[in-house]
Write a protein that binds this ligand. Structure first.
Ligand SMILES: [Zn+2]
Length: 163
């Protein structure tokens, strides 16, 4: 797949600093990550490497990637691709901010026999999510999680309290 994350895909099954750097920077054409507050020097790369399937999504001319791994019991990749595209489109419309040229979302499976469990972390031009891979997974909960993590792209980063 001729996308900018190719170097990441070629480095399968290794999780180390280089991979973290590759995953966070490859998708951004090796440019410095966007500094949302104009001051932060360090970035929070999305530190996952492995046998991900990377789905490019175009949101009004800007590139979004869903990097997903695992054989999921509760959904097909395409459902997450569609949900992520809609979520990003909706929130960027709300904030009137389609300024991010690149954004990457990772989704990895965790093991849980019963019930549904998920979590996420907002990162630079990215968020990382995990969810339990069983038939009980609540897909609407995953949509809520994606909305929440994407919200941190603006609240708690771009918008800061005065003191
Ligand atoms: Zn939060």
């Amino acid at each position: 797949m001729p996308i900018k994350g190719m170097c990441f895909l070629m480095a399968q099954n290794q999780v180390d600093y280089d991979i973290a750097l590759i995953l966070s920077l490859c998708f951004f054409k090796r440019k410095t990550c966007r500094q949302t507050d104009g001051k932060r020097k360090s970035t929070n790369p999305n530190p996952w490497g492995g046998d991900f399937r990377v789905h490019p999504i175009n949101v009004q001319g800007n590139e979004v990637y869903l990097a997903i791994r695992g054989q999921w019991q509760a959904f097909e990749d395409q459902q997450v691709v569609d949900m992520l595209g809609r979520t990003i489109q909706t929130q960027r419309d709300f904030w009137k901010d389609h300024s991010q040229e690149y954004f990457t979302v990772t989704l990895i499976p965790t093991q849980l026999d019963r019930g549904s469990s998920m979590g996420g972390t907002g990162l630079t031009n990215s968020f990382a999510a995990n969810a339990s891979n069983n038939k009980y997974l609540d897909f609407s909960g995953l949509s809520w999680l994606f909305n929440h993590e994407l919200m941190h792209n603006w609240i708690g980063h771009t918008i800061k309290n005065a003191n």
